[in-house]
Design a protein around this ligand. Sequence first.
Ligand SMILES: NC(=O)c1ccc[n+]([C@@H]2O[C@H](COP(=O)([O-])OP(=O)(O)OC[C@H]3O[C@@H](n4cnc5c(N)ncnc54)[C@H](OP(=O)(O)O)[C@@H]3O)[C@@H](O)[C@H]2O)c1
Length: 330
Amino acid sequence: MKEYNVAIVGATGLVGNTFIQILEEVDFKIKSIRFFASKRSAGKVLYFKKQPIVVEELNENSFDGMDLALFSAGGAVSLKYAPIAVSKGCRVIDNSSAWREDPSIPLIVPEVNFRDYSMNRLIANPNCSTIQSVLPLKALDDAFGLNRIIYSTYQAVSGSGQKGKDDLIRTLNGEEPKFYPYNISKTCIPEIDVFLDNGYTKEEMKMIHETQKILHRPDLKVTATCVRVPVLNAHGVSVFCETKKKASLEEVRSVLEKFENIVVLDDGKNHRYPTSIVANGTDQVYVGRIRQDLSNEYGICFYCTADNIRKGAAANAVQIALKLAQSDEM
Ligand SMILES: NC(=O)c1ccc[n+]([C@@H]2O[C@H](COP(=O)([O-])OP(=O)(O)OC[C@H]3O[C@@H](n4cnc5c(N)ncnc54)[C@H](OP(=O)(O)O)[C@@H]3O)[C@@H](O)[C@H]2O)c1
């Protein structure tokens, strides 16, 4: 069985730490592992399977001899260093938004479009809210065809990285916010990433474009409103979708239940529905509150949750790496 030399770029961050944790959990054969971050964290000691590993400052030689690099250090680092890693023969799975909309770069959710990987050694990992939404949407698109999607998100502060978690804890302790524009312990904030000229935020446009790309449906009508909520971890997304073929609730439940890594929790009267609490620390997507839209006979509504750091980032990337290794395509 082949073993791989692995580089974690952004190892000291929330996603980077979760890469390390997940690589400890899964059966991915590792010959060597190196941790990279900025100058600020160089020299810090992290652990992999109880072995101390010193964090190194990322530089152009960091990828020499590496087979796989998992990037989670922001777009600027990915834009500069991912092509360097690729030029050295390394497979790169990038968590930033730097390459996601590039038509030549595959954007992959393994349960949905793993076969989109190509000989291009760079793969983009989608946005966290998009990943959890496209599992149920793929199931529904295959079964009934989709015409239109309306997303409303309820995104946890961990989606902003460590700074977001710190700001929620700080403001819960009665201190002033230092990161979000408002006190996140007291309000939801309908601003994620920067505002664009069309009135949408960049996060909302990411959800729109990434959904169309992953589902291979550039014609699909999608709109989104993205909101940060005072929850530490695990995003919620409320989804309305309009199908081409009429679908009964039983049929909808049945296709969702059969889809890989979806857990249907849909018994409202007994308080069984997706929450951030149930999703936290897991790699599944929880789907519930499944309803026929009363205002549209082709409309289906549901709510889904997932751990944005695991399934929405690190676990999705590691699943891609595992599948590549199984297909001998690493
Ligand atoms: N949080 C999520 O839910 C989520 C989901 C999907 C994708 N992502 C993406 O993943 C990336 C990281 O997110 P995060 O939440 O883990 O953020 P984070 O907790 O703030 O961590 C950022 C990491 O990047 C490193 N870094 C920053 N500047 C660097 C540089 N110039 N050179 C090398 N390393 C550098 C930091 O190292 P230092 O310790 O040296 O500062 C740290 O390890 C972002 O692109 C984000 O968009 C996040």
